[in-house]
Ligand binder design. Structure first.
Ligand code: WTA
Length: 655
């Protein structure tokens, strides 16, 4: 395992490390004592939390069992509960008339509100419609939905009847959707006619049709009317929700699920091969997302909480749907983009809905910073108390801008570090408690025990002022339990690299004050605008083109996106380099993965730097893409060192 850090945004100097901002506000929570207890009396801590935050149909027996070595982790065994019941039913009657979901549509000024009582009825109708069409407990349902309340409703309806959902982000292409439907042999797919985003229309139903053309397993496609556009309809397979739902009873009983029953799978990219479907189970996931949402966002009665992610990613699952709703808060769903119709959209949203907690990604802050702070001054942002970031390291300048111009120096900034695999936050400051350092995710959450390992031999680097790879020493309730259908891969990616630890894939530094700083991925996973992209997936998309013989993809620092995609491609003997071919290759990646993975730079090269044994030397490709060809290091082991000169010249040409 290479210890080298591939992401550059986390690199900070000592001056920054010593910049400490005192906590904003006050919290009655004694972090230190509670954290210590959460480790010393882990069972006691988690069982209390589980009983106070969740409603159980029947109590659990063991709090936790299993180990990283054996990869058989389980929490709250033999307990029975239902995720939808916890997110919706139990708030009734107390919160029946409280708004559960605010939907801010793509066009400004078009928002709708759904109370908890309405949410229950809507979820039940969808659940009954699914049952009517044959969905049964244990069936996987693929959701390919726009950012409308029906996306959350569909997730909750699946949870209600015990059908694990597999949400696929609606920015993925038909090919990517097909792979994910096939991987879980889904018989049921749910979508809408079309989606809207940033004024553009996304032809969801057509994409689903294209995906399903290669999926014999799909029996039923449920279609919501969203834009009401005319879309193709296959009478033997498709059903209109608008026809089914009015006839459905607005109550549907909840399945009693085991704590360890799968709540959902969600695909994410790794360093090799196809995306993997991480499986999250019911009780541990719900508990961890509920507890983190409560403390990290300092939820108070009557708050309006807005996480502007998409439900297609883990952030949307944990911090738009499950975490906020379990806490009975009002969760805002945002259908648009930070730049539509102009770069004041986020702040208009905050002002209109009097948002108290606002959660976004550093890439969005960097994109907005370019326009200057004036726009934030036009809006009343005084409702804000907590500002969150997620998805990638936040550079200190972006942190300061967020703090100063959005938070007006009066908000807590919570830089939350976590992963699809972790289900919920593992490291983050806590409002009113943690003195914040811009760019650092600060300290572990309750029950989380991070360690910095020496990548060479895996030994724990103790004490402060150390740098290495980040691992976890003990399990937390919401750790993914397996890779769907491939437990071997789960073990080999997370559990085997450093025996006895969970390996995160991130590099990390613990500074002299014990603060954690994520330095970026140490594997071949890229983080482009907060989206996780495996270089292997982009490479396999490229080599699927008839003109491509070989491809190697690396990241390079990009000021707004964090990282950009640089693709080195060699052509087959017959192919001819041209602008059209480069455009075709870009399109090829969009078609295989989705627009968010579009290559920034394509370098057609006569060869790739390889060792004599034929291994591509990515380290060199990275350095060249980063414009650091002066520090290539030893190239003498290359089979043909002259290729490097050609690459340097080519990159200088296209960058
Ligand atoms: C990165 C997103 C630095 C990290 C929730 C991790 C971060 C990967 C942060 C997971 C942060 C996420 N600071 N890096 N606050 N949050 N990352 O699975 O590299 O899409 O491993 O989950 O994003 O990405 P994923």
């Amino acid at each position: 395992m290479e210890a080298e850090t591939h992401g550059k945004t986390g690199v900070v100097n000592d001056e920054v490390i010593n910049e400490v901002h005192p906590p904003v506000g006050v919290s009655s929570l004694d972090y230190k004592a509670l954290y210590e207890r959460s480790l010393a009396d882990s069972d006691g801590f988690w069982s209390e939390q589980a009983r106070s935050l969740l409603t159980w149909f029947s109590d659990f027996q063991n709090v936790q069992q299993g180990s990283f070595e054996t990869g058989d982790i389980a929490w709250f065994t033999a307990g029975k509960l239902n995720a939808c019941y916890n997110a919706v039913d139990r708030h009734i009657p107390a919160r029946a008339n409280q708004v559960a979901i605010i939907h801010e549509a793509d066009e400004p000024g078009q928002s709708t509100k759904i109370t908890y009582a309405e949410l229950l009825a809507k979820v039940c109708r969808v659940a009954n419609a699914m049952k009517e069409m044959g969905v049964r407990k244990g069936d996987f349902v693929t959701l390919y939905m726009p950012m409308v309340p029906e996306a959350a409703i569909a997730m909750l309806a699946c949870a209600r009847i015990g059908a694990p959902h597999s949400v696929v982000f609606a920015g993925f292409s038909a090919d990517a959707l097909r792979d994910r439907i096939l991987n879980a042999s889904c018989k049921f797919v749910m979508t809408a006619d079309e989606g809207k985003r940033g004024g553009k229309t996304i032809p969801l139903k057509r994409i689903v049709d294209a995906a399903c053309s290669g999926c014999p397993c799909v029996k039923t496609v449920f279609v919501f009317k969203n834009t009401c556009a005319d879309v193709p309809f296959a009478a033997t397979r498709d059903v209109w929700m608008s026809e089914l739902l009015p006839n459905m009873r607005p109550y549907c009983p909840c399945e009693a699920m085991d704590s360890e029953d799968t709540l959902f799978i969600l695909y994410t990219s790794g360093s090799t091969g196809q995306p993997k479907g991480l499986a999250h189970t019911t009780a541990g996931y719900l508990l961890h997302t509920a507890l983190t949402t409560k403390h990290v966002f300092d939820l108070k009665e009557g708050d309006v909480y807005a996480c502007v992610a998409d439900v297609g990613w883990i952030t949307g699952h944990s911090y738009i749907v499950y975490g906020p709703l379990i806490n009975g808060t009002t969760s805002l769903m945002f259908e648009s983009t930070p730049l539509y119709p102009d770069h004041g959209r986020y702040w208009d949203l905050v002002q209109t809905h009097k948002v108290n907690q606002f959660y976004t990604a550093p890439t969005a802050i960097r994109a907005l910073m370019r326009f200057g702070p004036e726009i934030t001054e036009k809006y009343d942002l005084s409702s804000l108390r907590v500002l969150g970031t997620v998805g990638e390291p936040i550079n200190p300048e972006a942190w300061r801008w967020y703090n100063e111009h959005v938070g007006k120096g009066k908000c807590s900034i919570v830089d939350t570090w976590w992963q699809t695999e972790t289900g919920g936050h593992l490291m983050t400051p806590l409002p009113g408690i943690t003195p914040m350092k811009p760019g650092s995710c600060c300290f572990p959450f309750f029950g989380v025990e991070p360690v910095v390992l020496d990548p060479k031999d895996g030994h724990e680097l103790t004490g402060n002022d150390v740098e290495g790879v980040l691992a976890m020493k003990r399990a937390w309730p919401s750790i993914a339990r397996t890779v769907y259908g491939d437990h071997e891969r789960y073990l080999s990616v997370y559990m085997n690299p450093y025996k006895g630890y969970y390996f995160t894939g991130d590099g990390c530094r613990r500074d002299k004050d014990g603060y954690y700083w994520i330095t970026g991925r140490v594997d071949d996973v890229l983080n482009v605008s907060g989206h996780r992209i495996g270089t292997a997936e982009v490479e396999s998309a490229l080599v699927a083109h008839a003109s491509v013989s070989e491809a190697a993809v690396v990241g390079f620092p990009e000021p707004v996106k964090g990282q950009g995609l640089c693709c080195y491609v060699t052509l087959t003997a017959k192919a001819v380099e041209s602008g059209d071919l480069v455009a075709e290759l870009r399109m090829q990646v969009r078609q295989h993965i989705g627009a968010f993975a579009t290559p920034d730079v394509i370098v057609i090269s006569p060869g790739l730097p390889k060792t004599r044994s034929g291994k591509i030397m990515r380290r060199i490709l990275r350095k060249v893409a980063e414009g650091e060809s002066d520090s290539l290091g030893d190239v003498s082991t290359l089979a043909d060192p002259s290729v490097v000169e050609v690459l340097i010249a080519k990159v200088a040409d296209v960058m």
